[in-house]
Structure formats: structure tokens, C-alpha cells
Design a protein. Structure first.
Length: 150
């Protein structure tokens, strides 16, 4: 009768990368007024545009915490461009799945990462194809019937 698999439970019970980077290169905050989950992701980027550190603070359910933990694990070591390609579907796949009602938690993580990269790009005058048309303050539909296609 378990709703969550071992990987999700591990990232919920022992989340990785919790906290906030002091003087981050990028900071993204995103929340859902519908479900009340709130996520903040901070990133540190080196001179080769590689994400060398990422931390999160999440106020929300176990799925939101697990999604934040997994997403930050995934982007550390990626280039900024690679991190922009990280979709909520990839986060869910890496977690081994989430209940349908909790898929929106992975969407929050994807959006918070993009918001942190948007902040980084704005601060340092950089442009990325993956940010074209992205609005960090846009409301997104958090209640998907199934996982968004890439």
C-alpha cells in the first residue's frame, strides 16, 4: 500500500543539498498558491558555466522535498545549458515515479531551477536558448493529468 518508492522516501527522509548558498550566482524561488508548496534553489556557477553547487529550501510535502533533493543532485556538475534541459519528466524518472497527484512537485523543481538560471543570466548578462520566452513569475498549471512531454 506504499504510495512512494524507496528512492522518493530516501530523498524525503534524508534530503541532499538542503540549505542556501551564501552569495549565490543564481537564486530561484517558485511556489504554487494552489497547493501551498514553495521552493527556493540557489546555484553556484564556475567560469566554464558549470553548476558546481546547488542548494534548496522547500516548504511542502514529501514529494516536493524529494523532487528538490533529486533535482539539485542532478544539476550539480551539469553545464547551465544542460540544466536548462532538465524537465520535470526527467526528475520523476530519476525518482522512479511519483503518484499522479504529486507530479506538480517536479514541475515546481523544474521551474525553480530555471528561475535560478534566469537570475544568473540576468546578473551576468548571459543569454541561453533554453530561457527564451521564460518568465520566472509566470503562473503555470501545476495540476497535470500526466507528465508533461519534453
Amino acid at each position: 500500500m506504499a504510495l512512494y518508492n524507496e528512492t522518493v522516501m530516501e530523498h524525503f527522509m534524508n534530503p541532499h543539498n538542503v540549505g542556501e548558498i551564501e552569495n549565490p550566482d543564481g537564486k530561484g524561488t517558485y511556489g504554487s498558491p494552489v497547493c501551498g508548496d514553495m521552493m527556493q534553489i540557489t546555484i553556484k556557477v564556475d567560469e566554464e558555466e558549470k553548476i558546481v553547487d546547488a542548494k534548496f529550501k522547500t516548504f511542502g510535502c514529501g514529494s516536493a522535498i524529494a523532487s528538490s533533493s533529486m533535482a539539485t543532485d542532478m544539476i550539480i556538475g551539469m553545464s547551465v545549458e544542460e540544466a536548462l534541459d532538465l524537465s520535470n519528466k526527467k526528475i520523476v524518472d530519476e525518482l522512479g515515479g511519483l503518484p499522479p497527484a504529486k507530479i506538480h512537485c517536479s514541475v515546481l523543481a523544474e521551474h525553480a531551477i530555471k528561475s535560478a538560471i534566469y537570475d544568473y543570466a540576468t546578473k551576468y548578462g548571459k543569454t541561453y536558448a533554453g530561457l527564451e520566452g521564460f518568465d520566472p513569475d509566470a503562473e503555470e498549471d501545476h495540476h497535470h493529468d500526466d507528465i508533461e512531454e519534453e
